[in-house]
Design a protein around this ligand. Sequence first.
Ligand code: UD1
Ligand code: CA
Length: 489
Amino acid sequence: MYATVVLAAGKGTRMRSALPKVLHPLVGVPLLAHVLKAIEAIPSTSSFAPLAPSTGEKLISAPRAPLHHARTHRPIIVIGYDTQQVETIFGERCFYALQEEQLGTGHAVLAARGVVDALDPLPQTVLVCYGDTPLISSEALARVLVEHLTQQATVTFLTAVTEQPSDFGRVVRDMDGQVCEIVEMKRASEEQKRIKEINSGVYCFDRAWLWSRLQTLPRNAAGEYYLTDLIGIAHFEGRDIATASGSVEETLGINNRVQLAAAEQLLRRRVLERHMYAGVTIIDPAATYIDENVIIGTDTVILPSTMITGKTRIGSDCRIGPGTTIDQSVIGDRCIVRNSALEEATLEDEVSIGPFSHCRPGAHLAHGVRMGNFAEVKNSYVGSETDMHHFSYLGDAIVGEHVNIGAGVVTVNYDGVRKHRTTIGEGAFVGCDTMLIAPVTVGEHAITGAGAVVNRDVPADVLVVGVPARVIRKVQTAESSTTEDNKKE
Ligand code: UD1
Ligand code: CA
């Protein structure tokens, strides 16, 4: 049985940001979410069935009643800076422990003691990892757990060997290869700085030993309590210290925005490869940016300089890009989107957009809509097979099927105070440069002449022209002319 504690209380001074470090996004999701995903995916075997509390309440201080088992492992997050934001994002996926003052990683783990000790049954082992190492894998976490349990060690931690140990803690071993201590970069001697084995920041501790030693841990010269100092203490006491090895890549910690960009690049490549293996063509992976939660169907082609973010879903056989940004949108099959921007938009199948058009939140383009260049749709439904090829704006509108929106058509939806609706009936032909002064309705199969300023409802089947637009005649449809002919006879 083990409990998992994730340290996420640091402000992240080196990020120079108002946002807590662990909330900075990486391929569109917060750093901490990547760590939680890895924890939740640790394989659960009978040898180390994860211990997880099940009560719904969030815990900031020591709980009164014991917390019981649940099917999914629920880690304890140590938070301290902008706790509200972290709790709002992760909710009941975690338990929370508050570290009021950020006095170091050792101090942070101790802040979780009350929550860990309220677990039922009481865990023997505490797995600790950091919220700022988003590339950590569930396999690496499991390796540390397995090593810890099989070696029956007091403490086990993950290390990696790298030619560029940068600001990681160095693992100091004696002549026999036994771990003696972890020395932080700031306190390392020149010789220790050359050590290539680094501390990845994943540990398993014997719970009872952990609490007792954390309580007596001395504050160092920097005024902090370092979790890493426990390794030296364990060595001094002659305790069993085990290590597991991991890759440098997954150890990458994010302390500043340069490291954030490096992690972004690695993870982005992983996301793109996942899509390519699943049947999506990505012409230039170096110029394509896709968030982790995006779903794309097979045989869709993504052209360069394209950014697809949020929980966007794209169907099969689409052509997206070049130069396109799509956020939080749903796109059907066989759509074409060129050099355009979509936000919270919905495209049904076979919609074609662009180049240079913009679908803003609430734009819903039904089957087969053709939206050409320099067009904008906001909070509007556009019926199937409708055309709006050039320079037009639809805002707060409901447009029927088979409508033609001519060049330069604008829904004048805002009177300076409020937004108003425009309704355009099926089969209507809205002539070039028509201004639709909302609220207004254009009836089915009606026609507006070029330059019409429509400030009153237009009945079905009539032609209106002028400023303000007035009816000049009934629309001659094939059907009505046949009726006229019949009358004459
Ligand atoms: C730490 C390790 C270092 C290791 C590296 C791996 C220590 C002293 N050093 O260094 O050996 O190589 O991680 O990435 O542990 N935090 C709190 N409360 C605090 C301080 C920190 O919750 O009072 C959290 C931070 O939010 C962060 C994590 O602990 O998520 C690590 O802290 P950080 O300051 O980034 O440690 P490093 O200098 O990277
Ligand atoms: Ca760090």
